[in-house]
Write a protein that binds this ligand. Sequence first.
Ligand code: FAD
Length: 303
Amino acid sequence: MFNRFIAAILPWFPKKFIWLFSKSYISGETIDDAIRVSKEFKKNNIDITIDVLGEFITTLGEAEENKKEYLNLIDVTNKSGIDGNFSVKPTFFGLLIDREVCYKHIREIVAKASTYNNFIRIDMEDSSCTDMEIELFRRLQKEFPGNVGLVLQAYLKRTLDDIKSLSDLNSTKHPLNFRLCKGIYIEPAEIAYKKYEEINWHFLEDLEYMFKNKIYVGIATHDKPLVEGAYKLIKQYNVPKDMYEFQMLYGVTPNLRESIVKDGHRMRVYVPFGTKWFGYSTRRLKENPKMASHIIKALFYKG
Ligand SMILES: Cc1cc2nc3c(=O)[nH]c(=O)nc-3n(C[C@H](O)[C@H](O)[C@H](O)COP(=O)(O)OP(=O)(O)OC[C@H]3O[C@@H](n4cnc5c(N)ncnc54)[C@H](O)[C@@H]3O)c2cc1C
């Protein structure tokens, strides 16, 4: 209760206090930070996907700047010798201002990535964006199969139907490539499962469907029971190692991450960087209010 209260009021704390919490979830403010952290993961046989922090924007000028930032990021990453894999949030490119402009920006990013044979993952945002983001993916998948993927959220009641409706784009040469996660936004009960058990059950139902239908999946979770559920399905369907990977967020459950790697599964870590870390970290904070008390402790016991 106390932790929840702290988590609720923390967004009104001065930014430098929030940074104490944020720094464990964010690689840093610059591309160099993201590259440095990515190289560390590579040394430990862990893949990465890099994300530039920032979301809802208010002008198309910002969308243009954000696109340029990603285009530059793709060049810098490839020059540094890291396999290019990037995550993008469509609202960062103006999805809620002008859908077509957003499509053109993301298309340019995917086109550039494809010249290096890199991969662009379209993150899934709140339910006001779901239809538009699926449509965006559909268009890009047709033009750049193998270079683009989408995130699906197990908490949405529509998700299994969405997977089925995209299945016409699946092929042996270019399997669909989804990241499956629980979903992080607060959605109404009419459209989203709310209970932990319900969400987990549907997560595994979606995962099973993907395995059965030879869809590539990034299993994005830090939840041990879900990891164990995924292990069972991998065994049951004899899923080859090149048809799935596990994914985790930077800074979250490193021990579980290591154990999955030790068990011989491919792992990818989501490495965010950028100056706009405030929204991202307060969302992480609401997910895990216990962190709030750690910050408070850090504030008082630092000296
Ligand atoms: C690689 C990746 C990409 C993602 N992309 C998206 C996306 O595009 N759209 C979207 O809606 N959501 C995205 N998410 C977030 C996801 O939807 C969940 O909100 C988040 O992963 C927490 O769910 P969980 O499966 O880890 O299970 P939970 O039941 O929430 O957590 C399981 C356990 O993990 C630990 N844990 C979880 N979160 C934290 C934390 N922040 N700090 C410390 N410990 C923690 C705790 O021990 C917790 O008990 C992504 C997650 C990952 C891993």
